[in-house]
Write a protein that binds this ligand. Sequence first.
Ligand code: MN3
Length: 389
Amino acid sequence: MTNVQPVKRIALFGSTGSIGRQALEVIAANADKFTVAVLTAQNSEDLLIKQALQFNPDIVVIGDEKKYNKVKDALSSTLIKVFAGEKALEETAALDVYDIMLAGIVGFAGLKPTIKAVENGKAIALANKETLVVAGDIVMNKAVEKIAPIIPVDSEHSAIFQCLVGETRNRIEKIILTASGGPFLGKKPNFLVNVKRDHALQHPNWKMGAKITVDSATLMNKGLEMIEAKWLFNLDPEQVKVVIHPQSIIHSMIQFEDGSIKAQMGLPDMKLPIQYALGFPKRIANKFPRYDFKKPSTLTFEEPDVKTFRNLLLATDALYKGGNLPCILNAANEIAVYAFLHNRIGFLDMTDLIEKTMQYVTFIKQPSLEEYFDSDAEARNFAASLIKL
Ligand code: MN3
């Protein structure tokens, strides 16, 4: 046979989360194209062990060091190397045992291993948007220097990425990120004040992890995605727009300087952007359900209600001001979502917590990586101090 593609070795960072599990489905369905080199998980040792026995990676890392012995024992009859702890995640990312890192660790915790993979010159299938929200300038500069391709997995950014194929010399007028609006679209503060955890976890279109599902309900997810897009596609803040599109069929759009708009469409299923990122530049045939134009087919668009969902304004502020403000926004948001998920604060309190933290932590225009870590820690401490824990 001619044009045989080499098998790509995948390092799955965050293999037991929603993205990680769906990535393994894609990999299992394409065993001729992908092998699993690395699996990592923070806490879910039982699932990690099960995945390791099924996919037989070279290396497994369990984040929680207390669980090392259990994982080690369970895999003792295999040749799989087992490590534990945060340092082991970074050291594994620096190894040459893989071709693509799927960065699926949730939140700030994903930043360090992802930076190590970039420094290692590896391709990154980026599902961890916080990496770019927190330190986008540093990560993208390193990626250029090391020629490490960053391929977005986030569905909106995958859409923009797909629309950009063949357009490298053409100027973008603006990008339009679509937002489903989440479960509380059309609701007002008098309703939202009473919203509880379980209600916020019911997303109408997308099946996702708890943190991102709450972020979708508050629209913070779209705010983080605006900042992510700015770095991924080298845009000015004015070029990044958001439109509410409740059906989640158009995953995002680019308007070029001739006024022409390209959109990428499909059913909302994260396996598609995951597969695209792993297979890039080749598309891979699959049997996923197709959009049926004969069935629902009314696609609607509206402006986001930023008076009610003020997180989007806070994120826009961070997008425009830059510096360490997106890092502070992200840290405060992680604390706020954690507190909300544990029924410690209400739905609307999350925005107040983030706003106060953004006002409190000292602004730095061009932070070093160390200063990003310091700002993150300071923002977390302050945000936590506002909650009676
Ligand atoms: Mn998204």
